[in-house]
Design a protein around this ligand. Sequence first.
Ligand SMILES: N[C@@H](CCC(=O)N[C@@H](CS)C(=O)NCC(=O)O)C(=O)O
Length: 188
Amino acid sequence: MKLYGSYTSPYVRHCRIALLETNLPCEFIETIPSDPSNKSPTRKVPYLEDGDIGLSDSSSILRHIREKVGAPYLASVLDLDFFCLTNTLLDSATNVFLFERTDGLKPESSKYLARQAARVEAGLVELEQRELPRPIRGNDGAIRLGCFLAWGRFRKRFDLSPHARLSAFLAECDAWDSFAQTAPPPNA
Ligand SMILES: N[C@@H](CCC(=O)N[C@@H](CS)C(=O)NCC(=O)O)C(=O)O
């Protein structure tokens, strides 16, 4: 298998964690989304090649990785919903970041971006009140949450200090070797 992606993307990180967990052989090919050599039809990362199969979304890539070793992937509707909820917040947070970085546009000057930023803040308040999924290992809802929180910290997108339970959850992720090994390089 070949996984195309960047070391900073939280979506790619989640796939890298699943590959470490399952021990499947996979070559990592560093790719930035806008690279003309990016094979993904979405022009995003991650992208996975496995023989004749090409997968262009972290969700399908994760399912493929888990299925290859006979492990469950978001087995119940509540597992799936938690993953989707967390992923929606991650999509909103990365959109706000990319708009700012690409176009210099901030939530203060865009109603749409303000809505995205408010969604992230409200989502953090909601997650802080929830029973968070455990164990973290092998649990794609939990790992998505860890990747989201760690990305927000890395890109300084939100302040976790008012959220004690989410902060503790992230500390638990940080202490896990597969999570630590996939941390973005500090100067990226
Ligand atoms: N739904 C996709 C989202 C992937 C995604 O948004 N990746 C970002 C990198 S963090 C990207 O490639 N963005 C490029 C762009 O939006 O132009 C997935 O889960 O794989």
